[in-house]
Design a protein around this ligand. Structure first.
Ligand code: HEM
Length: 508
């Protein structure tokens, strides 16, 4: 304790909450909505501050410029990933590329995934986003009360279609993503916060035993999908617009025409495609569910977007081809992701070696978190940041306004790209997010009116707690109620007809 006290006095340090011996600040670290605490501390200690949880040091950043200096310009230092206590050997790989350290397996998977998504984007994901959207609208028409369920399934189906040509795996894909996120979150197993518990021997360690089983099942599932796709490839039945096809074609080009691979090669590739499949589900369904909520709570914006859609699309469902003509729709979606960040803590980066910043020594292993929730509320960038204000993307005079409106706002470039992380670890899904969220937002508003449900007893709208979420690393709102009504009988007919037209092309 004396050594610790002495060291505190002698070294320059970033400001931060008072640290206690051994514990740091573990005692008041909330397991739920941690980002609110980090924002609260940012308001007290400033845009860069220091804290500790047991033996792990954190630097929390809530200023874009500082985050860029550390995580982009010094990306060669701050691009590792910290150990998540309740996951097993994730830093080494090959299971989750987003959680690996920066080594050859990560590099190979990242390079491949980047090229695969970029190629699919050139073809706007081969129309799968729109086809699945027609199914979604049809289901919503028939049973609107299940809108939350259907929304996640829609995202899962798009990913599983792109990965293996098996949209029927969409629901399982969403569940698998959700369980994985639970295990990696502070709000998940207690071993993520009280880390020493993880070292109990296996027979007395239910968290470890659970994780071994969970990870094995997930990897087996990915591997079996991979092998099924390989069999179809050999028979010439795997569609060319899947990521699996792209991978097998490359293996063939390398001289392995009959696709005979070692188990290690298969595990590597099945995890690479499997993880890409998984990461695109909840990341998108969270923002989509928040979008529906925001539209229900802001009828004025809902009406503006619908007027725009009706003018451009009339009696047909909007598609990605209408992108340039629907800036209000894009602004409402962009504002949703700012207002209720999908990844409110950001994803932690870890210092790969010792460094010094603004005169303060930063030790190897320190975790640097650019807190997205706080970044999205910096008053000079986002005035009135706690409120849903899509006009900040549409009207000159707001700091985030950008022209031309045929192009901005979007999720691929321009303002507020910090939502997708930093430097060498930047998100690989931005193109897909841009297409999928746009088509979803435009198509739902084209077909339906959204409003809070009214309580049959009181006649009052049932309140929606907009901050109630699952509290994972990646957020989805807690279940809430919404009244979803088709806009008119004609539109209802168009929705059903639209679904009927694509039914034969979908795996159901
Ligand atoms: C609105 C939706 C999404 C948001 C807000 C988001 C945000 C993020 C963030 C913050 C990171 C961490 C970046 C960092 O460490 O600095 C990340 C990583 C990643 N994202 Fe996304 N993401 C979204 C959707 C997607 C989708 C749809 C895909 C897949 C197609 C995807 C694929 C990835 C991958 C593979 C990584 C790991 C990158 C690496 O560590 O090398 N994301 N994303």
């Amino acid at each position: 304790i004396l050594t610790w006290r002495k060291s505190l006095g002698s070294k320059p340090q970033f400001p931060g909450p008072r640290q206690f011996p051994l514990l740091g600040r573990v005692h008041d670290l909330p397991r739920y909505s941690l980002w609110l605490k980090f924002k609260e501390w940012a308001d007290i200690y400033g845009p860069i501050y220091y804290t500790r949880v047991i033996d792990q040091t954190f630097i929390i950043v809530s200023d874009e410029k500082i985050a860029e200096e550390l995580l982009v310009k010094r990306g060669h230092i701050y691009s590792g990933r910290p150990q998540i206590r309740s996951l097993i050997r994730h830093k080494e790989g090959p299971t989750y590329s987003a959680l690996m350290d920066r080594h050859d397996i990560w590099k190979a998977q990242r390079k491949w995934a980047h090229a695969a998504v970029a190629e699919a984007y050139k073809h706007h994901f081969y129309g799968h986003v729109e086809r699945e959207m027609r199914r979604y609208l049809g289901l919503l028409l028939l049973d609107p009360s299940r809108f939350l369920d259907y929304t996640r399934e829609y995202c899962g189906r798009v990913m599983s279609r792109l990965a293996w040509d098996d949209a029927t795996q969409g629901r399982a894909n969403g569940d698998s993503a959700d369980t994985t996120l639970h295990c990696m979150s502070v709000s998940g197993p207690i071993t993520n916060t009280i880390t020493p518990l993880w070292h109990l021997p296996a027979f007395a360690n239910p968290w470890y035993r659970y994780e071994v089983r969970r990870e094995r099942e997930q990897r087996d599932w990915w591997l079996s999908n991979f092998r099924l796709a390989k069999d179809r490839m050999r028979r010439g039945e795997l569609p060319g617009d899947t990521w699996a096809y792209r991978y097998f074609e490359q293996v063939k080009k390398e001289g392995n025409g009959d696709l005979n691979q070692t188990e290690e090669q298969e595990v590597f590739a099945s995890c690479m495609i499997g993880f890409l499949n998984l990461v695109g589900v909840v990341t998108i369904s969270g923002p989509l569910k928040f979008f529906l909520m925001a539209m229900g709570l802001h009828p004025e914006w809902q009406k503006k977007a619908q007027a725009e859609i009706d003018k451009v699309c009339g009696g047909r469902m909007p598609t990605i081809q209408d992108y340039a003509a629907l800036p209000t729709v894009r602004a409402c979606m962009k504002e949703t992701v700012r207002w209720r960040s999908g990844v409110p803590l950001g994803v932690p980066h870890q210092a790969e070696r010792d460094d010094e910043y603004r005169g303060v020594k930063i030790k190897k292993g320190t975790v640097v978190l650019a807190c997205e929730w706080a970044l999205n509320r910096v008053p000079s960038r986002y005035p009135d940041g706690d409120h849903f204000r899509p006009e900040r993307w549409l009207e000159p005079g707001w700091p985030t306004y950008q022209e031309p409106l045929t192009r901005y706002p979007n999720f691929r470039e321009g303002q507020a790209m910090h939502s997708f992380g930093w430097g060498r670890r930047t998100c690989l899904g931005q193109n897909l997010v841009d297409d999928e969220t746009f088509v979803f937002a435009a198509a739902v508003l084209w077909a339906f009116d959204l409003a809070p449900k009214v309580c049959p007893r009181t006649g009052e709208p049932i309140p929606i707690d907009t901050q109630a979420t699952n509290s994972h690393v990646i957020l989805e709102p807690s279940p809430y109620k919404l009244d979803i009504k088709v806009r008119n009988a004609e539109r209802g007919g168009q929705v059903l007809e639209g679904y009927r037209e694509v039914m034969g092309e979908l795996r159901l």
